[in-house]
Design a protein around this ligand. Structure first.
Ligand code: PAF
Length: 286
């Protein structure tokens, strides 16, 4: 496995792969890799010839400097996971390789969806995510990129950016959320939870599971489903509900009636970490 720091060297490496007629799989990460990332690396390895992983904690997507400073970093451990999962190249650039001084980068617009939910909780977050993802795609070049469904709003906005800019020549693949045995979605932020918080953090998945059960049982009123989720999280002593919503899969906007493919999304604050999760809502059972 090759470790590259410079953007130009990374582009040379991916150009060489494509010149050989092979395909590039790309997994963008902020490091602190866990089993959720492992699943992305495996999906990339199964579907493409050479896997490139970026490890870059993007300062532009943090609205809180303390959150950025606290973000877990362990490059040695991350590199061994990438190697064990068969990555061909890890690109771990310093900030000035991603944001070079004097170079005008594209600033894709997240639009109104970028101000909802995660965007409302973290102003400017999605502008920062799209800025870096666009830049990473620009450097990596034509590829298939793998993103986790846990960050459903991010995945939606990245897909929409690609639709609007087909010349980026990136195919985006969404990969299912990886979960702990009690259903908690795997996330780098879980490591910050105290044992009591960790135990109670399963409330997000419980809320989503109840939402899915109601949808399967034929409930079509989104407010009823939102209330079920809010009750479950509200009844968890260490959790403070940030939002619970039902959104249209095609637009990520809230819907009132489940008359099209829909997703339930939740966020909750624990004293040591803020967690998010989501689930696709099923059609009623016949
Ligand atoms: O999902 C993440 O880890 C980040 O938002 C991403 C896509 C790597 C951009 O910094």
């Amino acid at each position: 496995m090759e470790l590259i720091r410079e953007a130009s060297a990374l582009r040379q490496a991916t150009d060489a792969v494509r010149a050989d007629g092979a395909t590039v799989g790309f997994v963008a990460t902020m490091g602190a890799l866990h089993d959720g990332h492992r699943a992305l690396l495996r999906a990339a390895r199964d579907r493409t010839d050479r896997v490139v992983v970026s490890i870059f904690v993007n300062p532009m997507q943090f609205d809180d400097p303390d959150d950025l400073a606290r973000y877990p970093r362990d490059e040695t451990r991350d590199l061994s996971m990438c190697k064990a999962e068969g990555a061909a190249v890890v690109w771990a650039p310093p900030v000035d390789e991603v944001y070079p001084l004097g170079v005008e980068l594209a600033h894709p617009e997240p639009g109104e969806v970028g101000d909802l939910y995660e965007g409302a909780a973290r102003p400017g977050h999605f502008a920062g995510v799209l800025l870096v993802v666009h830049r990473l795609f620009d450097v990596v070049g034509p590829c298939t990129a793998f993103f986790g469904e846990k960050d459903a709003q991010q995945l939606f906005l990245v897909r929409r950016m690609i639709e609007r800019e087909p010349e980026l020549d990136v195919a985006v693949v969404g990969c299912p959320t990886q979960r702990e045995p009690d259903g908690l979605a795997r996330s780098s932020r879980n490591a910050a939870l105290t044992p009591d918080e960790r135990e109670q953090a399963a409330c997000l998945f419980l809320a989503l599971t109840e939402a899915a059960e109601r949808a399967r049982a034929g409930v079509r009123d989104a407010n009823t489903i939102v209330a079920v989720m809010a009750r479950e999280i509200g009844a968890t002593p260490l959790a403070r509900l940030d939002y619970a919503a039902v959104v249209d899969e095609a637009s990520f906007e809230p819907i009132g009636v489940l008359d099209r493919p829909a997703r339930a999304i939740v966020a909750a604050r624990f004293p040591s970490a803020r967690l998010i999760d989501n689930i696709a809502l099923p059609e009623p059972a016949r």
